[in-house]
Design a protein around this ligand. Structure first.
Ligand code: BGC
Length: 384
């Protein structure tokens, strides 16, 4: 990294201002019922909230100290999931009786703001969001000393659903490859189930089930999800050798492999070697979505890992790269930027199909808040 580890004051002020802006923007778009829209103005996402995006966005708001916003998001998720109690009970009973269930009968990936499935077809059946939400709500409660009882009804549904489905192939973070078992999905499920099993909010039977499922997830991941190299790195999906920018989450925050362990270090090294170009991070080499640009939220995720590993200079360089890509007038963070495209020949087809890249993406702003907090760069509490 060529940047000095400490930045001139004016740049730090700019970073703090972007944190203020990120918080304000997320708060402004949060729905009265608590849902965080993924990208309020983007054609394909408008009107929907994802558990994956929202869980990380809530973590950013929780770190910023906005208990009202994070709590209201968790209220919304808990209420929506509690409303799915019968659906999940029926799935558990039917699978237990050896019956097949169709993908269309499973819980959705994204919800309308009133908790419905919505009528637009989507790549439904993704389990990572359920694990990530469990991790997020437990982390929020721990941080602020809150009683998880408030969210127990939804937590129980998420636990039952995760215990039922954790070993099933499903779409990944990028809503692709439903035929595979993805390591980032396993990482999210492990984190959520392990966190909630230790949180004291579940009855004995669910605590035991969550703990056993978390252990099985980790066994599977470590047995079949590590590449053949020495040391091996976590792989994009079981049976592949490829890496994916989301794998960094399996180290921090999900703790599927411990910080500083050989597999963790090899995974972060592989992400950097394969996917980081000039500071920003790609999703995966074969990515053609909008030509395969660099994702701000993945850049923050890698920076978060670097900060926790003690590499402050690299983490600051990631923050700087992300801040430099905020739109100049409105201070909005996009989903991805086209500075370096892996497959430029595919850029135009996505612009034609869905319009310009999702901007703002609330998940990008949430991840910025997390990285800024990790680096001690949020504005002082009094000036927020
Ligand atoms: C991404 C998902 C994300 C969704 C909403 C999709 O294009 O692949 O990871 O959850 O957008 O932001």
């Amino acid at each position: 990294m060529t940047h000095p580890p400490t930045a001139p004051l004016t740049e730090v002020d700019r970073w703090r201002e972007l944190a203020r802006r990120s918080h304000a923007l997320i708060a402004e778009h949060q729905q009265p019922g608590g849902a965080y829209p993924a990208a309020p103005t983007f054609s394909a996402y408008r009107g929907y909230a994802w558990l994956r995006d929202g869980a990380f966005t809530a973590e950013g708001m929780s770190r910023y100290g906005d208990l009202g916003s994070a709590g209201s998001f968790h209220d919304w998720v808990s209420g929506v999931l509690a409303g799915r109690r019968d659906q999940v009970d029926s799935l558990v009973a039917r699978v237990g009786a050896g019956q097949e269930v169709a993908q269309s009968e499973l819980l959705p990936t994204r919800f309308t703001f009133d908790g419905a499935d919505g009528s637009d077809p989507w790549w439904d059946f993704q389990t990572d969001g359920y694990g990530t939400w469990l991790w997020s709500v437990v982390t929020h409660a721990d941080r602020h000393g809150l009683d998880l009882e408030r969210w127990r009804a939804g937590i129980e549904v998420a636990v039952d659903y995760a215990c039922l489905t954790w070993s099933w192939p499903c779409y990944d973070w990028w809503e692709e490859h439903v035929e595979h078992r993805h390591l980032s999905t396993l990482g999210a499920l492990h984190a959520g189930l392990a966190a909630v099993a230790d949180a004291g909010v579940l009855d004995d039977a669910r605590t035991a089930a969550a703990r056993a499922a978390a252990a099985s997830v980790r066994d599977l991941a470590l047995r079949e999800g590590v590449s053949g190299g020495r040391p091996g790195h976590l792989v994009k999906w079981i049976g592949s050798d490829a890496v994916d920018g989301s794998l960094a989450a399996c180290v921090v925050p999900f703790g599927l492999v411990p910080v500083g362990s050989p597999v963790a270090d090899a995974t972060l090294d592989a992400v950097r070697a394969d996917l980081a170009v000039g500071g920003g991070v790609h999703r995966f080499r074969a990515d053609v979505f909008y030509g395969g640009g660099q994702w701000l939220l993945l850049t923050c995720l890698l920076g978060w890992n670097e900060a926790v590993a003690g590499d402050r200079a690299s983490a600051l360089a990631r923050l700087r790269w992300v801040a430099d890509h905020a739109t100049p007038a409105a201070g909005e963070l996009p989903e991805q930027v086209p500075d370096h495209l892996l497959h430029p020949e595919h850029h135009a087809e996505w612009v034609d199909r869905w319009g310009t890249v999702a901007t703002p993406l609330l998940w990008s702003h949430g991840m910025y808040l997390i990285l800024a907090d990790e680096l001690g760069l949020l504005p002082d509490t009094e000036s927020r």
